[in-house]
Design a protein around this ligand. Structure first.
Ligand SMILES: *Cc1c(COP(=O)(O)O)cnc(C)c1O
Length: 448
């Protein structure tokens, strides 16, 4: 395809020229049905021609407002100029050698950046992988090697990936686990702090979780506590203040490796480099992926040197882990985050979104909770006057937004959360327009 417009210069507008999806997308959709496994879903079956800034342009010429960033990945915007330049330069030099065979500087530079940017000023090491699930699996491997213990503690509403171990660690059955078992042993799930539903303070919710660990597993058997500082797929659940610090304190006191899964919440998404910072916690290990590399597949585990170095030589790795092109993309992406101060941009998005969503809540009565941090914001949709989930309305609002050219995502254990993950480079007029479209769909569908 030849195009004179670089994605970063795409007109930043919502533009509908056909139904969504349009005829060209529908044509490919029918080829997809014949060629692609039915097990691979799609939120909105439009086929993309270009994307950049705050828009996704489909092959029918529709320009959609992107409130999903490909699930929190293109935080710097699609085809961000520095990412494109870094990738083009690297891909012309060499595409792969395998870091475990003959190494290259980009991998080391990304690890240095991770060690510098993650919370805590202790000595750190990092290792790179391809996906978030792989990062989580490796964090568990490292914690087990270090502690010589087996048990892994995870939380209700947690999501950690789709490999066997991470499926077992993930809470929600459909669609992630159904008919895919048996799952790996020694995974124990304990209650999360979910302020909207449990009404507990952070310390009380932590006490409940810790008591379960003590009584049902035994702290001495636990290698790792793995938790998302803000539950992503679970519905952007922000634990009550004090919950995470109490868990960290318990982990430290009992020789347990505390792992923050920041695959979704990391890299400026919440208005800080990592969501752990909002509660002032210093995890022993942090897993990263999604937003790290502007859309290229890259993931990392970063943590205390003595833990990361406890693994025997050759114990960590993978053919593609820390691929040089993905590393170049990460360096371009991190430079963009620093240069454009995307943490501030995320906080601005929060400041714009929360009052607008509150207005919708007040007008319709179907939004029970507005939560999240930075550009990781969600609403929980309920039957008016209750906290009963309304998954049908949630799906209907999402679908109506899609038809109006706004890409939104759903989430939540009960399927009743609408979540917003705009690129941090989203122009403010587009964010405003997206919120207007969202409000209109809520008003039309809630009967308000
Ligand atoms: C997406 C996600 C994962 C899995 O990442 P993949 O790259 O899809 O394997 C793990 N943990 C969290 C918190 C995630 O949001």
């Amino acid at each position: 395809m030849t195009t004179s417009t670089s994605p970063a210069e795409l007109p930043q507008e919502r533009r509908l020229v056909t139904a969504v999806p349009g005829p060209k997308s529908l044509e490919i959709q029918s080829r997809r049905t014949a060629a692609v496994s039915a097990g691979v879903g799609a939120t909105l079956p439009v086929y993309v021609e270009a994307a950049g800034g705050g828009v996704i342009v489909d092959i029918d010429g529709n320009s959609l407002i992107d409130m999903g960033s490909g699930i929190a990945v293109t935080s710097v915007g699609n085809s961000a100029p520095k990412v494109v330049a870094a990738v083009q330069e690297q891909v012309a030099k060499f595409t792969h050698t395998c870091f475990m065979v003959t190494s290259y500087e980009g991998y080391v530079e990304v690890c240095e950046a991770l060690n510098r940017l993650t919370p805590g000023d202790h000595e750190k090491r990092s290792a790179l992988f391809n996906t978030g699930a792989e990062a989580v699996e490796n964090a568990v491997k490292i914690a087990r090697a270090y502690t010589k213990r087996d048990a892994v503690v995870v939380f209700e509403h947690g999501y950690h990936g789709r490999t066997n171990l991470t499926m077992g660690m993930t809470a929600k059955n459909m669609p992630y686990k159904q008919s895919f078992g048996p799952f790996a042993p020694e995974i124990y799930r304990v209650p999360l702090s979910y302020p909207y539903h449990d009404g507990l303070t952070g310390p009380d919710a932590a006490k409940r979780a810790i008591s379960r660990i003590d009584k049902e597993i035994g702290a001495d058997n636990v290698a790792a506590i793995v938790i998302e500082p803000i539950a992503g797929e679970g519905g952007f659940i922000v634990p009550a203040e004090g919950f995470l610090p109490a868990l960290v304190e318990f982990a430290n006191a009992n020789g347990i490796v505390f792992v923050a899964d920041e695959v979704q919440s990391g890299f400026c998404r919440t208005g800080a480099w990592f969501a752990s910072e909002h509660e002032g916690i210093v995890p022993d290990l942090i897993t990263t992926a999604k937003g790290i590399a502007g859309g290229l597949p890259l993931a990392g585990v970063t943590g205390r040197a003595e833990i990361m170095d406890a693994v025997h030589v050759g114990g960590l790795g993978g053919t593609y882990g820390g691929n040089p092109v993905a590393c170049a993309a990460a360096l371009g992406s991190i430079a963009t985050m620093e240069e454009l101060d995307l943490n501030a941009a995320a906080r601005e998005i929060e400041a714009v979104m929360k009052p607008r969503l509150q207005t919708i809540a007040d007008k319709t009565g179907v939004i029970g909770d507005i939560r999240g941090r930075g550009a990781m914001i969600a609403v929980e949709i309920v039957k008016p006057g209750t906290d009963e989930p309304d998954a049908a309305l949630t799906g209907a609002v999402a679908k109506a937004c899609h038809a109006q050219g706004v890409v939104v995502l759903t989430a939540g254990t009960y399927g009743n959360v609408l979540r917003f993950l705009p690129p941090l480079t989203m122009p403010s007029h587009l964010l405003d327009e997206a919120l207007t479209v969202i409000e209109e769909q809520f008003l039309a569908l809630s009967g308000a």
